[in-house]
Design a binder for this molecule. Structure first.
Ligand code: SAH
Length: 243
């Protein structure tokens, strides 16, 4: 009887310590994510001349590790793109910050994103403006991003599964358009759906070499400037052909 009691208390004690260890490792990894995120913002973003307080705060607030698959979480705060499934990637944090910074988004503005992917860029935009409309052609990714953004309570972000080449006429015109997949030429519907005084940032080129092009619209004319060589995944149509 005594030995049974001993065995039971040993089992209970072991279970207790396993529970404590599990809790601790969770807390440690959450706090590790927090400090990795702070280091990323300081060393990869702020140190590379992105100083807009609102953008830095958004990068502090949004947990990039929630937007990547489990086996990528430990790399979430390194400054590089990561695979998100469906042969697609979440953009490098510096590029997210850079493109957002170029657009000079104001609180009351309406922004269109083409290429929702993980939803991370949309969440950053959601922290900065009034409303975000984001289009993803891949159903699996679009639905996953939509449910994550809802779980994180982003009421100002609307996700659509569809071909972003065509823009989102129903909610046009937009103050800013950000394109995170690359066509060979700037889609005409996106040019048309840009508001007077609106800004667009888009990677244009072939599958090997692209330039980030910054566009402003004034008096129905577009002013374009190439600002940075980049490499994004291609913009495709519903049959998988590259635009
Ligand atoms: N902004 C994303 C990363 C985008 S990766 C993030 O923060 O995670 C580019 C995405 O563009 C991919 O998910 C790809 O499926 C999508 N895409 C490619 N062509 C598209 C199109 N015509 N319309 C909408 N999305 C498209």
């Amino acid at each position: 009887m005594k030995s049974h009691k001993n065995l039971l208390s040993k089992i209970l004690l072991t279970a207790f310590w396993i529970l404590i260890a599990a809790c601790n490792s969770k807390i440690t990894s959450q706090s590790e994510f927090e400090s990795a995120k702070k280091r990323m913002v300081e060393n990869q973003i702020k140190a590379r001349s992105i100083t807009d307080e609102d953008i830095l705060n958004a990068l502090y607030k949004v947990d990039r590790h929630l937007f990547v698959p489990d086996d990528q979480k430990r790399y979430a705060y390194q400054d590089r793109p990561l695979p998100i499934g469906e042969r697609q990637t979440i953009s490098q944090p510096f590029i997210v910050a850079f493109m957002t910074n170029v657009l000079k988004i104001k609180r009351n503005e309406k922004v269109l994103e083409i290429g929702t992917g993980s939803g991370y860029q949309a969440a950053i935009l959601g922290e900065l403006c009034d409303s975000v409309y984001t289009i993803e052609i891949n159903k699996t990714l679009g639905e996953r991003a939509d449910s994550l953004l809802r779980k994180l309570n982003y009421k100002n972000i609307k996700v659509k599964i569809g071909d972003g080449y065509k823009g989102w006429k129903e909610f046009a015109p937009f103050d800013a358009i950000i394109v995170t997949c690359s066509p060979a030429n700037i889609p005409l519907p996106l040019k048309e759906q840009l508001k007077e005084g609106g800004r667009m940032i888009i990677p244009v080129g072939d599958s090997f070499r692209q330039e980030l092009v910054y566009i402003e619209k004034f008096k129905d004319k577009l002013f374009e400037k190439e600002i940075l060589p980049v490499r994004f995944v291609p913009m495709i149509d519903s049959s998988g052909q590259r635009y």
